[in-house]
Design a protein around this ligand. Structure first.
Ligand SMILES: [Zn+2]
Length: 118
């Protein structure tokens, strides 16, 4: 994929662009947050990148600021309590797995090979 360079816009223009290109959810301020379903990050309007699109009828695109994510507005949801709980749960599950993995490594039988040779 070709490297994209985000277009620098004034806060006003950026907000206007978000409002125009995000047909799924309304933007009232650049400080509004969205939860990206693709990369699982919380992003703000300010962080969202505006880039030139490839198609002529759609000159501008807005994409997720996370590296290699490139998610589009459809994949950004409002971080409601429900969403935040899901994030917390996923995080807890991850931590629990890490703990379990750590235990598994520690509980591996330490075999003393010389013992078996005798
Ligand atoms: Zn993303």
């Amino acid at each position: 994929m070709a490297l994209v360079s985000p277009i620098k816009l004034s806060d006003e223009d950026k907000l206007e662009t978000l409002q125009r290109l995000d047909q799924f959810r309304q933007w009232h301020s650049l400080d509004e947050k969205r939860y990206c379903l693709v990369c699982g990050e919380i992003i703000t309007g300010r962080e969202i990148q505006v880039i030139w699109g490839k198609r002529e009828n759609r000159p501008l695109r807005i994409i997720c600021p996370t590296e290699h994510c490139n998610a589009m507005p459809m994949e950004w949801v409002r971080p409601t309590d429900e969403v935040l709980i899901k994030i917390a749960e996923a995080e807890r599950r991850r931590i629990r797995l890490t703990i379990r993995a750590g235990r598994a490594t520690r509980s591996l039988p330490k075999r003393n090979d010389t013992q078996y040779d005798r």
